[in-house]
Design a protein around this ligand. Sequence first.
Ligand code: GTP
Ligand code: MG
Length: 370
Amino acid sequence: PDLITVQELAQRMAMRSTDLIRELMKQGQMVQANATLDADTAQLIVEDLGHSVKRVSESDVEDGLIAEANPDAERVSRPPVVTIMGHVDHGKTSLLDALRQTNVVEGEAGGITQHIGAYQVKAPDGKLISFLDTPGHAAFTSMRARGANVTDIVIIVVAADDGVMPQTIESINHAKAAGVPMIIAINKIDKPNVDPNRVKTELLQYEVQVESMGGEVQDIEVSALKRMNLDGLLEAIQLQAELLELTADADRQPYGTVVEAQLDKGRGSVSTLLVQEGTLKRGDIVVVGAEWGKVRALIDDQGHQVKEAGPSKPIEILGLNGVPEPGDQFAVVEHEARAREVAEYRARKKREKANAATSGTSLEQMMAQL
Ligand code: GTP
Ligand code: MG
């Protein structure tokens, strides 16, 4: 059921909550500012106070938030978005770090890499690849469950000395279910007495036939630790990306997905976003999940302030009024009022859900019992 707090209701009628509480008391209702009212009760109160009611439905708020793609727009090619998955300790983080160092860290003071949720790397052909440093399965699954299929290619890391393990199989299943092509990176080939062919044979059991066994799935032997064949992996990604013909409309209304977000002591709400379509600019008004704000700064993966970020670009933004969740979608809107309306509506929905989960009974059920 739709719920609204006394405080919110007062705000909408441009009334102080204490005054509304007093009105409710006159009608024999003892409530506090944070008490929730169901839509029917709220409507009665509002009408009693001489206001007219406009009920807002989900479609009122959400429809048209992200405009339809323009079929005549020029679409430009965009970098692939890659997620690395695999079994525990098989070298996901090492591989991400190694790839990043290859191209990014050189300019960094003392080679200290600050943590960021996503970054871009240049492939040997000079084109960019975006990597998502997600905590693996959980984020991937939740993003997918929420319809935010941001990943174009999944790299499955398999340690040559350990072979196919439960989370390897899980990763393969995730990629298959999402319809995302995979590349097998057989890692730790620097270790003595390892046999990459064993891994390839094991993969056959899970219907993954790699190219070097005559199949279709690209396989690359690497060592994240010794930085062996990283270019080969980047080339494999580029090859796969070309087959996918990834494009975007850089001129349309921007939207994309939250990769991670946190509250920073000095800077406030900091969110790493992946732009999927359009170009996000400084000063844009964004709705991000149940939060909103004016983009105060855009910071790229090397810590530089930039004015805008186009398709497939991971970017940190400052200026939101709260902290969104990974997997939340963002959209740029025209006016602050629109942003506030959407964010408030979603925040209210979230609260309702949380209330229903903690109380165990919905207001509707409670009413039915009376
Ligand atoms: P989780 O995040 O815990 O699932 O692990 P991960 O997959 O991120 O693995 P991580 O990169 O932390 O590596 C696990 C261990 O394997 C570390 O001790 C690494 O140093 C080691 N390792 C990673 N890559 C290689 C490699 O290419 N060769 C060798 N010899 N060791 C490696
Ligand atoms: Mg790790």
